[in-house]
Write a protein that binds this ligand. Structure first.
Ligand code: R1P
Ligand code: MN
Ligand code: MN
Length: 405
């Protein structure tokens, strides 16, 4: 009996989005640029990695061929002749180049509405929202109130936060209200509590998520975010693949951030984990436990949060190489009729200006011992991924997308 596993490589885009101009992202290409920089010796970091990007296992499933299909150019140190699997390119139809938009569409539900965004002004949040938040949460005020990179703003304002007890509230070009606060001085539970209040105030504005960003350390040099990040997310507008598989009485394993991203909807087994090695281990554990017709989905967030947003090219390259080294463990554990899909939710080109996501197409690398190799072309919606998995698991077709299997 079939099962399906999705490894979502957060932000591992492959360029070529036809609507990239509307986002100022023409030419952005996360995998392609990392490969070019690495081949030029610009992704070397002593004791971390050096030389051309080396991801032979993903390449064997068609990563290089997918980049070439997406952009017309084969990146250095890749091959355009996959050894197995079915490769293709996913084009997002949802307007947001954010995590929930990508994930929901992959699970068969493109986002039909406009998210609420906060302007790139200071203050960024509407004064009435800030005032109501301060009142309901019983705060002495807030810091930040602007677009920012999360690591930069805690270095800037962390000490003032500890002194004043004011949480650091910031946003980005994503539809988010993020709150950074110190785990012990401010308190983790207190942070979650004020995030819940912020979520109740921002959800009516169509703001996708409030994100708790706890950190530790006592000085700007030693402040460090912890794995206790929590996302308070609005729920998808229609039943996703997760809901559909759970409603059919099957298991749905959500590993890492997945449960938060779908607001827990359709999740039967929530498995926490942080960092690529641990998320790999948890995915392997889920494969061990999963029954027939189970759906397992893991979000590998580090590509995005640790390297893409931080514009860290060597770090991103090393993370891709680490993922690639461990990929054979998943393949070795697959049963004959297991289906594996590697894909991404958007781009985050670490060579691009700024610190935000980039509008890109994404790889769709599909593998099963039961499937002959082939090409699935450029898919007009990421919902085709969800529909293909639904077909594989024997679920009735959904409202969006077409199966490529
Ligand atoms: O800079 P940090 O805090 O990592 O924020 C990033 O993470 C958030 C969620 O993906 C986005 O808003 C993005 O800007
Ligand atoms: Mn993402
Ligand atoms: Mn991100």
């Amino acid at each position: 009996m079939p099962r399906a596993i999705v490894c979502l490589l957060d932000s591992v885009g492959i360029g070529g989005a036809p609507d990239a101009a509307a986002y100022g992202d023409v030419g952005a290409n996360t995998v392609g640029h990392i490969a070019e920089w690495a081949a030029a010796g610009k992704a070397d970091r002593p004791s971390l990695r050096s030389g051309p990007l080396h991801v032979p296992n993903m390449d064997a499933l068609g990563l290089g061929a997918a980049v070439k299909l997406s952009t017309g150019t084969l990146p250095p140190n890749f091959s355009d002749t996959p050894l197995g699997g079915r490769f293709g390119v996913g084009r997002e139809i949802s307007k947001g180049k954010d995590t929930p938009s990508g994930h929901w569409e992959i699970a068969g539900v493109p986002v039909p509405f406009e998210w609420g965004y906060f302007p790139q002004t200071e203050p960024s949040f509407p004064p009435e929202l800030t005032a109501e938040f301060i009142r309901r949460a019983g705060l002495p005020g807030i810091l930040g109130d602007k677009h920012a990179s999360g690591t930069t703003i805690i270095a800037e304002q962390g000490e003032e936060h500890i002194r004043s007890g004011k949480p650091i509230c910031y946003t980005s070009i994503d539809s988010v209200f993020q709150i950074a606060a110190h785990e012990t001085h401010f308190g983790l539970e207190r942070l979650y509590e004020i995030c819940q209040i912020a979520f109740e105030l921002t959800a009516p504005l169509n703001v996708g998520r409030v994100i708790a960003r706890p950190f530790i350390g006592e000085t700007p040099e030693s402040f460090k975010r912890t794995g206790n990040r929590r996302d308070f997310a609005i729920a998808p507008p229609e039943p996703t693949l997760l809901d559909r598989n759970a409603a059919a009485g099957n298991q749905v394993y959500a590993v890492g951030k997945i449960s938060d991203i779908y607001a827990g909807s359709g999740v039967t087994h929530k498995i926490k984990g942080t960092g690529i090695p641990q998320l790999f281990d948890k995915t392997l554990d889920a494969m061990e436990m999963a029954a027939d017709r189970a759906f397992i989905m893991t979000n590998f967030v580090d590509f995005d949060s640790e390297y893409g947003h931080r514009r860290d090219v060597p770090g991103y390259a090393a993370a891709l190489e680490l993922f690639d080294r461990r990929l054979p463990e998943i393949i070795a554990k697959m049963r004959h009729d297991d289906l594996l899909v590697l894909t991404a939710d958007h781009g985050n080109d670490p060579t691009w200006p700024g610190s935000d996501h980039t509008r890109e197409q994404v790889p769709i690398l599909v593998f099963s011992p039961a499937l002959p190799k082939g090409e699935i072309g450029i898919r007009s919606s990421l919902a085709d991924i969800g529909e293909s998995i639904a077909a594989w698991l024997g679920l009735a077709p959904g409202r969006h997308g077409k199966s490529f299997l």
